[in-house]
Design a protein around this ligand. Structure first.
Ligand SMILES: *Cc1c(COP(=O)(O)O)cnc(C)c1O
Length: 871
């Protein structure tokens, strides 16, 4: 076969504007629209043709265009301004710089640990590694399927804004997630586009000696290699693994082909690449993270690789290695939907990991126990992460609670409220999702510093100062833009599908900007109930065709290629769009992606969200909508109960329990129609001189209460303060002096597990009787026998809460203290006392003993507890 070499001919870049290349290779362009304007100024048509990909743009742009730009004073001025902002962004002191400066002043510097020679100038070793199977950063590269990926992308962008020492790890997919085309029958077709990595804003990652980094992992009967790519996102880096290299067999080269494609063999191999390969890539790059954040279970194999490093590399016994691992690992779970949790059969685990059992110095049974799912008998990635990570969290207040009850079975003896899974409510990267037009409004009315305030807990009162007419005018402009985009897309779709000229021409009259517009776009998983409005088409037709107060609806979203019911729903909605009653008034836009999402979330009036509670862990699209003055209409699920205050959007339906899904759907359907007919439509159309005053007031309320809190700036700060800082400190403490603390904690836990059954509460006495007055003290005295367990290894406490029909709610604890010189001490009997004072109401209280160590990550690091037998 002939062998060819390739050569790429690129346009000469005029010296005056040569830093365009730097801009093209930093995802900074994804949130600063002035960079986009710069590329558009060179050649707008080309910018659209390359789908907003600046690297592709620079490969394709003509020398003439570049020369013309370089000789235009106007362009050069624009260029200089953009470069200034970029340089300022990259160099100005960040939140983290300020934080570090404050710590060093406080003299809180961590002392230098032996072996920690990589400490930076402040003496603080801190690096967060963030592993995720998806990163949704920009429309030009589809490495995301939905909310999880978008969240990861926005997380990285906020980490950059804050100046955190942060590195992302993911896989580079040759085809990414699929492109959705809707065919003439109104059915979804999945197409996989080939991504040329040389045309993406990434470069091969180099190690300290300047060599390209290639790592390998063991798969059954072979080694698979992966090349590592480097992407800059503002100040931080993401590294992507790519198995499509000639050292691999043809089949293995396909491993990083599709995101969430292929069978479970592909899936496990991908996850091994991500988790195990990802750790190896960081090591090859000379990076030593002190915090490991696992974004959803796909990346949890990193735990096994780190255990292997500790056992093989540091000669630690397995049990000690596990304690050290727990010190600095955080797991974020993202869904209560069972299909969202990967489970591999034990047979598969044997094939892929039997070499690991020995390396970790444990038996096959012990290995399986790391992640055994009693219900399915399989190896569950969520359990692998939950059981090994020191910290775990859900992604909204409600989802935290749902996760605690989902995993209560792992902590049977503990009240569900105390299951050690916390929550950090999701956010969005504000600048990525904010329409430039609205951004200008904020600049004008909120003052210079508003960007720094997108992590606040207080409302943005100045939003009230924005003149209603100005806000509404911009909203209508954005709506018109959205309508034009929708028409353009349907036009393209019909041309591609060889539809008749009439059908193509008809699109020009689709959607009208002055009509109340509801948007619904998300993954078409059935629990999201895209079809809820269509349960009664007559009633919907009446609303849509009302001569005075019409309604129009825009749908978009992909269904996973294996999700048949989801695809049926897409077909159903596309059929509705062809119904004469709905033509041009209910539309479906194919290939929902970041670009379409931006237009919709900035251009509709109402953003509809109808998942079946409590299936939506958080949802983030509604936050993007609110930021741009779009009102949310959502069931009380995910993030919405935290945001809704009665006047910043609409809550529809309820979170009650229903006998079955159909009952719930019917209930929510009626509630939704009532809300539309009685509130949303009348208020929208109550306009004076084209201005819906009350509506605009609601828009302001929505912006001012939702934008400041639901940002990834606030979210990443919460991760940092609640988890990253603690994990990093624990990492240093546990690793110091030859992993001394890790070993001690392992021994302590072993001792407590073996002896806990000897701990008893032999009696409890209380001061009061069954009735008390508010503010009166209730004193509790308990006699405790600890056996061989020492007083310093336990915590004795009163546990109390509201007594409700469903048990004790709002559980609180109050410490109890050992009485000095009690007589019984010789016989191992200790008396503890404590008191509580209670407001009016009915309460339940009891006493318990739980294990304690200053090195526990949380109360129930060791899920042992001894409750007072009966009171
Ligand atoms: C924001 C976003 C999502 C996630 O939003 P949900 O509310 O979870 O549906 C999904 N896809 C795209 C393209 C988005 O922009």
């Amino acid at each position: 076969m002939a062998s060819y070499r390739t050569v790429t001919v690129i346009p000469r870049m005029p010296g005056e504007i040569e830093r365009l290349r730097e801009l093209a290779y930093n995802l900074y362009f994804s949130w600063d629209s002035s960079v986009v304007d710069l590329f558009k100024a060179i050649n707008q048509e080309l910018w659209e043709q390359v789908y907003h990909n600046p690297v592709k743009f620079l490969l394709r742009v003509s020398e003439a265009d570049l020369q013309k730009a370089a000789s235009s004073e106007q362009f050069l001025a624009q260029y200089r301004q953009v470069m200034n902002s970029f340089d300022k962004y990259m160099q100005q002191p960040t939140w983290y710089d300020t934080f570090i400066a404050r710590c060093s002043c406080d003299g809180q510097e961590t002392k230098k640990e032996p072996g920690n020679d990589k400490s930076n100038t402040t003496g603080r070793n801190f690096l967060i590694a963030y592993f995720s199977a998806e990163f949704g950063l920009h429309e030009s590269y589809p490495t995301y399927s939905g909310g999880l990926g978008l969240l990861a992308g926005d997380h990285c962008k906020a980490a950059s804004d804050l100046g955190l020492p942060f590195v992302g790890v993911g896989l580079l997919y040759k085809h990414g997630y699929f492109t959705q085309l809707i065919n003439r029958e109104g059915r979804q077709e999945a197409h996989y586009r080939y991504q040329n990595f040389n045309k993406l804003p990434i470069t091969p990652a180099l190690d300290s000696s300047g060599k390209e980094v290639v790592i390998s992992v063991e798969l059954p009967g072979r080694q698979v290699m992966a090349r590592v790519w480097h992407m800059k996102v503002g100040r931080i880096n993401i590294y992507f693994l790519d198995a499509d290299i000639s050292a691999n067999s043809q089949k293995d080269r396909e491993l990083t082909g599709l995101l969430y494609g292929g069978d479970s063999e592909t899936r496990i191999a991908q996850e091994i690449l991500l988790g195990i390969g990802g750790v190896r890539a960081l090591r090859a790059l000379g990076l030593a993270p002190t915090v490991w954040h696992i974004n959803e279970g796909h990346a949890a194999f990193l735990l096994l690789e780190r255990l292997r490093e500790l056992v093989e590399g540091q000669n630690l016994p397995f049990g000690v290695a596990r304690e050290v691992l727990r010190a600095d690992t955080l797991f974020t779970t993202h869904t209560p939907v069972p299909a969202g949790h990967d489970i591999f059969s034990q047979e598969m685990i044997d094939r892929y990991f039997s070499n690991f059992y020995e390396k970790l110095g444990i038996t096959r049974e012990q290995f399986m126990q790391l992640a055994l799912d009693q219900e399915h008998g399989g190896f569950n990635m969520t359990l692998l992460a939950l059981r090994q990570c020191g910290f775990s969290n859900g992604v909204s207040r409600l989802h935290g609670a749902v996760s605690r009850s989902m995993f209560h079975h792992l902590y049977r003896d503990i009240p569900v409220e105390e299951v050690p899974i916390g929550h950090v409510t999701n956010g969005i990267h504000t600048l990525t999702w904010l329409a430039p037009e609205i951004r200008d409004l904020f600049d004008k009315y909120l003052g210079e510093m508003w960007e720094r305030m997108i992590a606040g807990s207080s409302d943005w009162e100045q939003v009230e100062d924005i003149p209603g007419r100005e806000l509404w005018g911009i909203h209508m402009d954005l709506k018109e833009k959205m309508v034009l985009l929708a028409r353009r897309h349907i036009h393209q779709q019909r041309v591609r599908n060889h539809e008749t000229l009439d059908r193509i021409k008809e699109v020009e009259s689709y959607l009208r900007p002055e009509v109340l517009t509801i948007g619904f776009a998300r993954r078409f998983a059935t629990y999201k109930r895209a079809g809820l409005l269509f349960r009664d088409k007559e009633r919907l037709a009446a609303l849509v065709n009302d001569p005075e107060r019409p309604l129009q609806l825009i749908f978009a979203g992909k269904a996973h290629p294996a999700d048949k019911p989801g695809q049926e729903l897409i077909k159903l909605i596309n059929d509705v769009t062809e119904d004469d009653r709905f033509r041009g008034k209910v539309i479906f836009l194919e290939n929902y992606d970041i670009n379409i999402s931006r237009y919709l979330l900035q251009g509709v009036d109402v953003w509809l969200n109808t998942p079946r509670p409590p299936m939506e862990a958080s949802g983030t699209s509604g936050m993007k909508a609110a930021l741009n003055g779009v009102l949310n209409c959502s069931v009380p699920d995910g993030w919405w109960p935290e945001a809704y205050n009665g006047e910043n959007g609409f809550t529809v339906g309820s979170d009650w329990e229903f006998p079955d899904d159909d009952d719930r759907d019917e209930h929510d359907f009626y509630a939704l129609y009532a809300l539309l007919e009685k509130v949303i439509i009348p208020v929208y159309y109550d306009q004076t001189a084209g201005l819906p005053k009350k509506w605009v007031n609601w828009m302001k309320k929505s912006i001012k209460t939702i934008a400041p809190y639901f940002s990834t700036r606030r979210m990443v700060l919460e991760y940092t303060n609640n988890y990253y800082m603690r994990a990093s400190e624990r990492s240093q403490i546990f690793c110091a002096e030859g992993y001394k603390v890790g070993s001690e904690l392992y021994e302590l836990k072993k001792f407590l597990r073996e002896n806990w059954h000897k701990v008893q509460i032999s009696s409890v006495e209380t001061s009061g009787d069954e009735n008390m007055y508010p503010g009166e003290k209730l004193t509790v005295r308990a006699t405790v026998e600890l056996g061989p367990v020492s007083q310093t290894q336990v915590c004795v406490e009163i546990v109390y809460g509201e007594a409700t029909r469903r048990g004790v709610k709002m559980v609180k604890t109050a410490p109890m203290y050992k009485e000095e010189n009690t007589n019984g001490e010789q016989q191992g009997r200790l008396v503890y006392t404590g008191d509580i004072s209670l407001p009016q109401g009915t309460y339940a209280y009891t006493v318990r003993v739980r294990p304690y160590s200053p090195h526990f990550a949380h109360y129930f690091e060791l899920p042992l507890v001894c409750w007072a037998a009966s009171l």
